[in-house]
Design a binder for this molecule. Sequence first.
Ligand SMILES: O=C(O)CCC(=O)C(=O)O
Ligand SMILES: [Fe+2]
Length: 319
Amino acid sequence: MGSESEENIPCLVFSRDQLEEGSEEWKKMSKKVREVCENHGCFLFKFDEIPKVLTEDMFKCLQTLFNLPEETKRKYISPTLFSSYASENPRKQPFSQTFGVDEAHLEDSAQAFTNLMWPQGNQAFCETMKSMSSKMLELSILIQKMILEDYGLPKQYTSDFKDMSTSNLRLIKYKVPKSDDKGVENALGPHTDKSNLTIICSNEVQGLQALTKTNKWIPLNIPKDCFAVFVGDLLKAWTNGRIHAATHRVTMSEDKERYSFGLFSLPKDGIKIEVPPELVDDKIHPLRYRPFTYGDYIQYFLSIDRKENTHALDLFAGV
Ligand SMILES: O=C(O)CCC(=O)C(=O)O
Ligand SMILES: [Fe+2]
């Protein structure tokens, strides 16, 4: 594991043993994960059970997808917020193109997306996206369980966790910056994720940065075959603010396109995010957030100025 200093975001190496729920190895790793999330709100990990070739195939798929004609990509309109195809737009997102696919690990969702983009079919794309999403989703649920169990919460909170969660796979292409745009801070502006937890993977073009608790931007260079994890606002609220949701952004300074994909784990519609009484006490941990639903939070988020992005949770649900 990397150094615990603020300047250095740790890289955890997961193995199958450590992810065997309830085992001694699992308990040790859970403690590390919980501590890293409290201290940094993000971390890197490596896990050999996500095969290298799958990651490479996923990046090839992203290139093929974003190379489709603009009018084909525009056919993707999703009822989920921020998920319809969004092209580079000088006012909104000048540097990136994005898609969001709900439950991309499920056959029906993966096929529906693939068939819309390739009416003649593209089984390789469909299988790769499904397989990558299901591995990322499985890990995301395990990481969240590790955090909650390490707080000593009763099993009832984690046993039906999977059934209460849904997911959105975000696919992103960042364009090469013009020479005068290099190092632009807003390829993706500072934000916290409005998720429970996000797992991100990028091609070799770096640019992701995290804000430390002492307000310093540090690069989060993701080594090849590694992934980055960000705690989202919802899990921060759920743990009564004990874990930190790291603010992050993407800056582009290389002469190459950046591709990334991220699995956002979200609560299903209508699920209340409510701090368990076990995480509240009068002295050190008074209640910080009132109960709320993701839907209400997102509606609020849409109504506020973008500059408030990283304070949205406190403004909306802080007590
Ligand atoms: O592209 C990346 O590396 C980060 C993307 C991100 O932070 C997001 O979509 O919320
Ligand atoms: Fe993010």
